[in-house]
Design a protein around this ligand. Structure first.
Ligand SMILES: NC(=O)c1ccc[n+]([C@@H]2O[C@H](COP(=O)([O-])OP(=O)(O)OC[C@H]3O[C@@H](n4cnc5c(N)ncnc54)[C@H](O)[C@@H]3O)[C@@H](O)[C@H]2O)c1
Length: 268
């Protein structure tokens, strides 16, 4: 029970894309945090999906509550954080998982539309600013707290589309800034960079959008991973998050952690 009695908010705790083949990062993280003793506010714009996560947590003997909020709306995110404080009195862990690319009509810089770029910035980056903005005062009062942001290896490696790449890079800078500006309050902030993961959003969305069989997309992604030529899973991200959220990581802040099967050290 590495998160015994901790209160965690996970934003993007549902699973936007249905799949029986894989689990998403947000849901896996919610399940792992709850299994380790945390009480979880499972926030998602898709309430039914967040509720499914809560049901899975309850079936495993954990405690969670689903909450509907869209990260593009500051007041909805503030309300989610207020709801957590109202129910459990504090926020120990804020885990920001929401991120879109293909689903947001992302494109190369010469093709991107204003609408698509603004939408991706609003979902991937501005949403995290909102949740941090409204959680930091709570954590400062507590003189403790952990913020975990989900970026992507796309921030560091070659990636075709500009919206995802630039927002995921900005999340790293934002996390570093939060870490240094809040260190004296006992707040830690770290960012995880997943590599190629076998999640429904990454694999099934591409299969559906491009009309390509799931197996083909999965095989192409597997082939790019140095470690065992196999994508990671959402559990790999969840376990990295568990460590960073736990007191075992009490001296770790401002870190950008790749969870990528070695992709970040392959050059050329
Ligand atoms: N899967 C990968 O290969 C991979 C690689 C690198 C980074 N990531 C990052 O991991 C994170 C999770 O990805 P995933 O593929 O596991 O997805 P996921 O299954 O965790 O689903 C994300 C959730 O976010 C919710 N969401 C989307 N837009 C929202 C909004 N505006 N407001 C509130 N909720 C919203 C969806 O409903 C969904 O439940 C993302 O930030 C993604 O960029 C994933």
């Amino acid at each position: 029970m590495r998160l015994q009695d901790k209160i965690a908010i996970i934003i993007g705790a549902g699973q936007g894309e249905g799949s029986t083949a894989a689990i998403g990062n947000g849901r896996a993280t919610a399940l792992v945090f709850a299994r380790e003793g945390a009480k979880v506010l499972a926030v998602d714009r898709d309430l039914a999906s967040a509720q499914e996560t809560v049901t899975l947590i309850a079936q495993a003997g954990g405690e969670a509550q689903a909450y509907r909020a869209d990260v593009t709306d500051e007041m909805q995110i503030k309300a989610a954080i207020d709801a957590c404080v109202q129910r459990w009195g504090r926020v120990d862990i804020l885990h920001n998982n929401v991120g879109i690319s293909v689903a947001g009509n992302d494109a190369a810089v010469e093709d991107i539309t204003t609408e698509a770029f603004d939408r991706i910035v609003a979902v991937n980056l501005r949403g995290m600013i909102y949740s941090c903005k409204h959680t930091i005062p709570v954590m400062r009062r507590q003189q403790a707290g952990v913020i975990l942001n989900i970026s992507s290896m796309a921030a560091w490696t070659t990636y075709p589309w500009v919206g995802y790449k630039t927002t995921k890079a900005a999340i790293i800078a934002m996390t570093e800034q939060i870490a240094i500006q809040n260190a004296s309050y006992g707040i830690r902030a770290n960012v995880i960079l997943p590599g190629l993961m076998d999640t429904p959003m990454a694999v099934d969305t591409r299969a559906r959008t491009w009309g390509t069989p799931r197996e083909v997309i999965a095989a192409e992604r597997d082939a790019q991973v140095p470690l065992r030529h196999k994508m990671g899973t959402a559990w790999d991200v969840a376990h990295a998050a568990l460590f960073l959220a736990s007191d075992e990581a009490q001296f770790i802040t401002g870190v950008a952690l790749p969870v990528d099967g070695g992709a970040s050290v392959r050059v050329g």
